[in-house]
Write a protein that binds this ligand. Structure first.
Ligand code: HEM
Length: 395
C-alpha cells in the first residue's frame, strides 16, 4: 500500500513521480493521517475541485505551512480569499496582467535576456537559475506591479529565503518566516510612500493604496500582504520552470533543434515544459461542506492537497504522460491552477517563457547541460534547481 507524506525524502528529493503514480492508481483520495489531511492526485479530481467554491475554501491558507505544520500566519493575500471578496479584488487588479497591459515588457525582457547571455559569453558558462531566469523574473514582477526596479535584488533574496528549507524541519523555516516579515515591512513602507500621492491607474501598488471596499480603503498590512504574494508568485516559479525546460531540451536535442529552427513552436513547447515538470508540488484548500470522493468521506475542516504534478502526469488525461513531447498540445493542463484562483500572472509567465527560450535558442542553441553540477533544492513545496549551469561555445 502506498505511503505518502509531502515531507518524505522520496517526495522531496526530486523524483516524486513513482509515488504520485501509486497514489493515482491505488489511493486517489489519500489520507495523510499525521495531519488529518487529504491528498488528491488524479487530473479530473484536481481540475473539478479547483473550480468548486461550494466545498472548498482558501481562507484558512493554501500551503503546508498554513494548514499542516501551521507555522505560517494567515494574512490577507489575494490567493487566500474566497468569493465574493476575492472576485472584487481580482477584477480590479486583473487589468494590469492582461496581455494588452504587457506591451512594454517584451522589449525589456528581450534586452535583459540578451545582456545576461552576453555577459556570460567569455566564460562560456551560465547558471540559468541565478544568473538568468531569476534575474529576469524578479525584474518583470517588479515592473508589472509597479515596485521600484532597483529593489529587485533585495526582493529576490527575500523570496529565496522565504522558500528555504532545512533538513529536519518540516516546511517553512524560522529564517523563511523572518524573510516574510521583512517582505511585509518593505511593502508597508512602499504603500505608505505612495498613499494619496500617486496615480491609482498606473500600477498595482498604486491601485491597492486607493482601492475601496464598502467605503473602506485597505490598510497598509493588507496591501503588504497582497504584494508579498504578487512578488512571490512572480519571482519564484518562472525560474524553476525555465531551468527545467533547459534541462529537458538538453536531454532531447532533436526537439531542441526543432525549436531553434522554428521558434513559432516555442509557446507550445513551453506548455509541455510546464506540464512535465510543474514545480509547485501542491496547494491546499479546506473542506467547508462534507462530501465523498472515491468512497472516502471528506469532512468539514480537513485540509486537502491538490497534487498538481501528479495530475499533470495522469495517464487518464495524457497519452504517455511520462514522455516529454513539445508537440503534444494538450487541451488542458494544471500548471497555472484552474477556476477561481487560476494564476493571475499566466500571460506574464508565458511571455517570459517565450522570450527567454527564443533568446537562448537563438544565441546558444547548442548549450550543454551538466546535471552532475546542478544543485537541486530539497523541498516539499516549489521544487526545482537552486542552480543549473550550462556551458556553450562562444558565439
Ligand atoms: C511559470 C510561472 C508560474 C506558474 C507555474 C504559476 C502557477 C500558479 C498557480 C498554480 C496558481 C494557483 C494558486 C491556487 O489555486 O491556489 C497561481 C496563482 C497566482 N499566480 Fe501564478 N504562476 C506563475 C507565474 C506567476 C507570475 C509571473 C505572477 C505575477 C507577476 C503570478 C501571480 C499569481 C497570483 C497573484 C496568483 C493568485 C491568483 C488568485 O488567487 O486569484 N504567477 N499561479
Amino acid at each position: 500500500m502506498v505511503e505518502y507524506s509531502p515531507f518524505s525524502k522520496e517526495v522531496m528529493s526530486g523524483d516524486p513521480y513513482p509515488i504520485y503514480a501509486q497514489l493515482r492508481d491505488e489511493a486517489p483520495a489519500y489520507l495523510i493521517e499525521q495531519y488529518g489531511a487529504w491528498a488528491i492526485s488524479r487530473f479530473e479530481d484536481v481540475w473539478q475541485s479547483s473550480m468548486d467554491n461550494e466545498h472548498f475554501s482558501c481562507e484558512q491558507g493554501t500551503t503546508a505551512s498554513h494548514l499542516l505544520t501551521k507555522v505560517q500566519p494567515v494574512t490577507p493575500m489575494i490567493n487566500m480569499m474566497d468569493p465574493p471578496a476575492h472576485t472584487k479584488l481580482r477584477s480590479k487588479i486583473r487589468t494590469h496582467f492582461a496581455p494588452r497591459a504587457l506591451g512594454e515588457l517584451e522589449p525589456m525582457i528581450r534586452k535583459l535576456a540578451g545582456e545576461l547571455i552576453e555577459s556570460a559569453r567569455d566564460k562560456g558558462e551560465l547558471d540559468v537559475m541565478g544568473e538568468f531566469a531569476s534575474q529576469i523574473a524578479v525584474r518583470v514582477a517588479c515592473t508589472v506591479n509597479g515596485i521600484p526596479l532597483e529593489d529587485g535584488d533585495l526582493l529576490g533574496e527575500l523570496v529565496t529565503r522565504f522558500f528555504g528549507r532545512e533538513p529536519g524541519v518540516d516546511g517553512m523555516t524560522p529564517d523563511g518566516l523572518a524573510a516574510m516579515g521583512e517582505l511585509a515591512a518593505y511593502f508597508v513602507g512602499l504603500a505608505q510612500s505612495r498613499r494619496g500621492n500617486c496615480d491609482p491607474e498606473e500600477n498595482v501598488v498604486n491601485l491597492l493604496t486607493a482601492i475601496e471596499f464598502d467605503g473602506q480603503k485597505l490598510d497598509d498590512e493588507s496591501i503588504a500582504s497582497h504584494l508579498t504574494m504578487l512578488i512571490i508568485g512572480g519571482a519564484e516559479t518562472f525560474p524553476k520552470v525555465f531551468a527545467n525546460g533547459i534541462r529537458r531540451l538538453g536531454e532531447h536535442p532533436e526537439q531542441r533543434a526543432q525549436l531553434a529552427a522554428d521558434p513559432s513552436l516555442i509557446p507550445e513547447a513551453f506548455q509541455e515544459i510546464l506540464r512535465y515538470d510543474m514545480p509547485t508540488q501542491f496547494l491546499c484548500r479546506v473542506v467547508t461542506k462534507d462530501f465523498e470522493l472515491h468512497g472516502r468521506k471528506f469532512e468539514t475542516g480537513q485540509p486537502v492537497l491538490f497534487l498538481y504534478p501528479a495530475a499533470n502526469r495522469d495517464p487518464r488525461e495524457f497519452e504517455n504522460p511520462d514522455v516529454f513531447d513539445i508537440r503534444r498540445c494538450p487541451p488542458r493542463i494544471l500548471s497555472f491552477g484552474q477556476g477561481t484562483h487560476a494564476c493571475l500572472g499566466i500571460h506574464v509567465a508565458k511571455l517570459e517563457g517565450k522570450l527567454c527560450l527564443e533568446e537562448t535558442l537563438r544565441r546558444i542553441p547548442n548549450y550543454e547541460i551538466h546535471l552532475d553540477r546542478a544543485e537541486r533544492l530539497v523541498t516539499d513545496f516549489v521544487q526545482g534547481y537552486a542552480s543549473f549551469p550550462i556551458t556553450f561555445e562562444s558565439y
